[in-house]
Design a protein around this ligand. Sequence first.
Ligand code: 5CA
Ligand code: ZN
Length: 413
Amino acid sequence: MQAWHAPQVPSLPRPDSGFNPVRVHDTASGELKVVGPESGTARLYVCGITPYDATHMGHANTYVSFDLLLRAWRDQGLDVHYVQNVTDIDDPLLERANATGVDWVALAEDQTELFRTDMRALNVVPPQNYIGAVESIPLVVDLLHKFGSDSVYQLAEEPRDWYFAVHSDPDFGQVAGLDEETALKIFAERGGDPERAGKRHPLDCLVWQLERDGEPAWDSPFGRGRPGWHIECAAIAEHFLGSTFDVQGGGSDLAFPHHEMSSSEAVVATGEPFAEAFVHAGMVGLDGEKMSKSKGNLVLVSKLRAAGTDPMAIRLALLANHYRSDWSWTDALLVEAEQRLDAWRQATGLSAALPADDVIAEVRTAMADDLDAPRALSAIDTWAAASLAVDGDDTDAPALVTALADALLGVRV
Ligand code: 5CA
Ligand code: ZN
């Protein structure tokens, strides 16, 4: 699939004292971890959308969060190989298409296109490989061939779907670290089928679902059907990034079962760890509830844009919350972001200002320290307020801070 147009990312002067390596919180170890190589290419996979409804603030927050990681790596001189999927065939997509009488392919294409436009407006750097689930079917089939009968099995009764035996990975459970009771409960809530008869273990997950009446299906050596959800991301990540890439990312709702299961599938198929770190962005809510397509409590990026909101103010509103925290969208947050953008625009519009060295160093330090965007914002706020209050004489500073805001935070002032 086509991703979206890549924005230019400005570069900043290299610091004399070198860089702090980028550390982020790894859900699997529960600790901050240095991620990315010392030089060369960092490898990032972020779980993409299921395109049956428009981009809401929760999605936007997740992709902006990982965009910060990409920008921090790039600022340090690393290349980033970034891969993202689009779950363009899945139950919720088919359900929405049926309920609204729209062709599922058209629904997925339209919503993916809207997502691209939203990402572009939010100045999010696109992945190099943007891969649909439908496109990934040959990769899924290849991966399925790597399993033995102890790890992938077919149900004895019709419909004879194929399942992954999660405990064929002795380390199953390491990503989210849940006890079995909690795991079963969450599995049932997030698309799993713990009650299905004939499985070897209630947590075993679907890898290939045989054709159902009226549903799309593709030929494969495992029968005509379609892939399960977790195997889609395992197959795409393995194919494009190889084993043990740097960061597997997504919102915290994906830690279990999705990242747990795709990781175990990849581990059993390849014998290698899936990713060095599993990084999760917090959940964005509205009025105390998680924002979700199924609940319908959505604030849409495209609606705000259509109403004339500056996408950079939307981006600043997202950045005002640390990527790992759970928070609720409010109109006040947007008003504050608009005021901040205005102050930054005034200060960077000066012909001379206070020197930029300190603020560049502070923003770099904050971002390398678990992507602390709120700290980075206040560093720029301080520089902007001081520059507007006194007559600075550094004529390079306004352009440097303009570049800083874009390079590390993706905010075009
Ligand atoms: N296609 C799968 C991933 S393979 C999927 O979860 N799609 S999604 O459209 O439901 O979500 C897309 C991304 O947005 C995921 O990373 C998900 O964790 C994140 N996300 C969804 N809702 C929220 C929310 N309310 N707050 C923050 N992130 C969210
Ligand atoms: Zn995924």
